[in-house]
Design a protein around this ligand. Structure first.
Ligand code: SAH
Length: 214
């Protein structure tokens, strides 16, 4: 897979390092995870392009830079337990799983959840569990989480996700009043009842659909 190694190097150099991604753990992981294995056969050649790509059921695999940016923004530690909302292809879950102890990922579309489950198993990512359901309600069973990442755009920050964040935990989520244009927000739980909000940058994600979403 020499051709992919070359494309991956360009992604790391131009799209990640070139745009200010500095977390060495994130850089190393994105060099290791074979992004081409998370897209359709006929999309493989485009897997390392500087853009999102379509996956099944009208959804997308995020642009590599955005995956790196969000992962960096989560300020992860090796011992962290992370909740991801929006498994999609499973690519971001795979990246997260190489940095932290355990990844819990929720996907509302059964077909995508099952395909991601099989893909991750085939590639031996053993510390990811996928649940089919409405991620706007989080996954209370395994809470609290040290970090939560939402990879679909929400109209507002879902309350259940704030509640399932550990004290000291970080939630990174695209939030916006428009269906396909959002602000990436980081919410930090500083104490039992105190949350700090920071706006990071403008982003464009598919909508988060559910009880506390659209
Ligand atoms: N992280 C993914 C990108 C996924 S795109 C990757 O690396 O490929 C966003 C995903 O969020 C879609 O698969 C969509 O079906 C899912 N989604 C939307 N609303 C959701 C909800 N309420 N709960 C769980 N998943 C949801």
């Amino acid at each position: 897979m020499k051709a992919f190694n070359y494309q991956r190097d360009i992604m790391i150099r131009d799209h990640l390092l070139g745009r200010g991604i500095r977390d060495q753990e994130v850089i190393k992981t994105m060099r290791d995870v074979p992004r081409e294995a998370f897209v359709d056969e006929r999309m493989r050649e485009k897997a390392y392009g500087d853009h999102p790509l379509p996956i099944a059921e009208g959804q997308t695999i995020s642009q590599p830079y955005i995956v790196a940016y969000m992962t960096e923004a989560l300020e992860l530690n090796h011992t962290d337990r992370v909740l991801e909302i929006g498994t999609g292809s499973g690519y971001a879950a795979a990246v997260l799983s190489r940095i932290v102890k355990m990844v819990y990922s929720v996907e509302r579309l059964g077909g995508l959840a099952e395909a991601a489950r099989q893909r991750l198993e085939l590639l031996s990512y053993t510390n990811v569990v996928i649940h089919e359901g409405d991620g706007t309600l989080g996954w209370p069973e395994h809470a609290p989480y040290d970090a939560i990442v939402v990879t679909a755009g929400a109209p507002k920050v879902p309350q259940p996700l704030c509640e399932q964040l550990a004290i000291g935990g970080r939630l990174v989520i695209p939030v916006g009043r428009s269906y396909d244009l959002q602000e990436l927000v980081r919410v930090r739980r500083v104490s039992e009842h105190d949350y700090r909000h920071e706006e990071l940058c403008g982003v464009r994600f598919v909508p988060l659909i559910g009880a506390a979403g659209w």
